[in-house]
Design a protein around this ligand. Structure first.
Ligand code: NAD
Ligand code: WQD
Length: 338
């Protein structure tokens, strides 16, 4: 029988790509999502691309009553937990919403997993858990904490909660995956990132300028201590990230608490991303230099050696491929899934 993976937040940007990868790798997929920031259309398109069906439950991870149906109707092998709110600025304005949704939601999910004897979890964590004031190149051993936002703190608290849970009961298998900056889309252009309103992140902003939805991109600061003065990040193709998850699922065969960075280790500045996008797509991006954005660290990127050694995973796609696939999605879906 196929192993059945429950993906919370599976209708979202990263989740939809992971569902597709899992179906293609021969897993059965069950999705739990309240569609707070996504569309069921993404899941229908995942099914079209895979030529296979998944099971969808429109439900909130905080809703205790939702789980009995999910766990009784499906023999869940393990959970990839991606459900959560992720807008950094919104989390500063409404921290309680983030604590409730992300932290309380995870507590309920874990209680229900335990009740149903499912003790395998991959958690969508983030490079934001690191203390970004101390190091630029981050290994899994780099200091954590000092988060600049309530969103970041939810990731840190959940990581610590999962470590405490593991130490209380070593029959769990828990994998913390710290993503760097996921961009790109499936090469078909059928699924991709579909932010509501004004994008918070760089790549969706660039693609919306390219498609004519926004007049110009503001580059937040060109006076940082970096070669071209703009901030440097480690952008990773969402399909490489999806591949990382299907490799991490193999860790479920062992009990333990594991943590991995998922990044390329090849940092890019904001201007380098803009120029890569222009080159890859033969387009010009209208941009202006604007003031710094509060809370931005000048430079950080992953050392992803541990994932290479222990998961046999390595990011393969270039920044040009990320830019090409982001644009392919945006130009074919100017209104996203709407
Ligand atoms: P997304 O918003 O597209 O996906 C999150 C999904 O979770 C959405 O479909 C949303 O409807 C769902 N959701 C939110 N709250 C829920 C709840 N209470 N119950 C059920 N479903 C709920 O975001 P994404 O970019 O795909 O991110 C997925 C995960 O990865 C998140 O946990 C995010 O914090 C984490 N992450 C994202 C990034 C990034 O840059 N995109 C980086 C690091 C970590
Ligand atoms: C990248 C660079 C901006 C928009 C965020 C979260 C982080 C993680 C990934 C979830 C920065 C610059 C951006 C724009 C710009 N998410 N920029 N103009 O801030 O590195 O990380 O997403 O866990 O927690 O903080 O990503 O895409 O917002 O910004 O100049 O309109 O692009 O200043 O240097 P960031 P981003």
């Amino acid at each position: 029988m196929k192993k059945n993976i429950l993906v919370t937040g599976g209708a979202g940007y990263i989740g939809s790509h992971i569902c597709l990868e899992l179906l293609e790798q021969g897993y059965a997929v069950t999705v739990m999502d309240n569609l707070a920031n996504s569309s069921e259309k993404a899941l229908r398109r995942v099914e079209e691309l895979a030529g296979k069906k998944l099971r969808f439950y429109k439900a909130d991870i905080r809703d205790r009553s939702a789980y009995d149906e999910i766990f009784s109707q499906n023999e869940i092998y393990g959970v990839i937990h991606m459900a959560g709110l992720k807008a950094v600025g919104e989390s500063v304005r409404d921290p309680l919403a983030y604590f409730d949704n992300n932290i309380s939601g995870t507590v309920v999910l874990l209680e229900k997993m335990k009740e149903h004897h499912v003790k395998r979890m991959i958690f969508s964590s983030s490079a934001t858990v690191y203390d970004l004031t101390q190091r630029e190149c981050l290994t899994e051993e780099s200091p954590i904490g000092n988060s600049t936002s309530p969103y970041g703190r939810t990731k840190l608290v959940i990581e610590q909660m999962l470590a405490d849970l593991y130490h209380s009961d070593e029959s769990w298998s828990i994998v913390l995956l710290r993503y760097f900056n996921p961009i790109g889309a499936h090469e078909s252009g059928r699924i991709g990132e579909d932010p509501e309103g004004e994008p918070n992140n760089l790549m969706p902003y660039i693609t919306q300028v390219a498609v004519g939805k926004r007049e110009k991109l503001s580059v937040f600061g060109d006076d940082y201590d970096t070669p071209d003065g703009t901030c440097i990040r480690d952008y990773i193709h969402v399909m490489d990230l999806a591949d990382g998850h299907s490799k991490a699922v193999k860790k479920f065969e062992r009990k333990g608490l594991f943590v991995y960075n998922l990044g390329t280790g090849q940092p890019q500045s904001v201007l380098e991303v803009i120029h890569a996008f222009e080159r890859a797509n033969n387009l010009k991006i209208n941009y202006v230099i604007a003031p710094r954005r509060a809370g931005d660290a000048p430079k950080y990127y992953a050392n992803a050696d541990k994932a290479k050694v222990e998961l046999g995973w390595e990011a393969e796609r270039s920044i040009e491929e990320m830019c090409r696939d982001s644009w392919n999605w945006q130009k074919n879906n100017p209104e996203g899934y709407r």
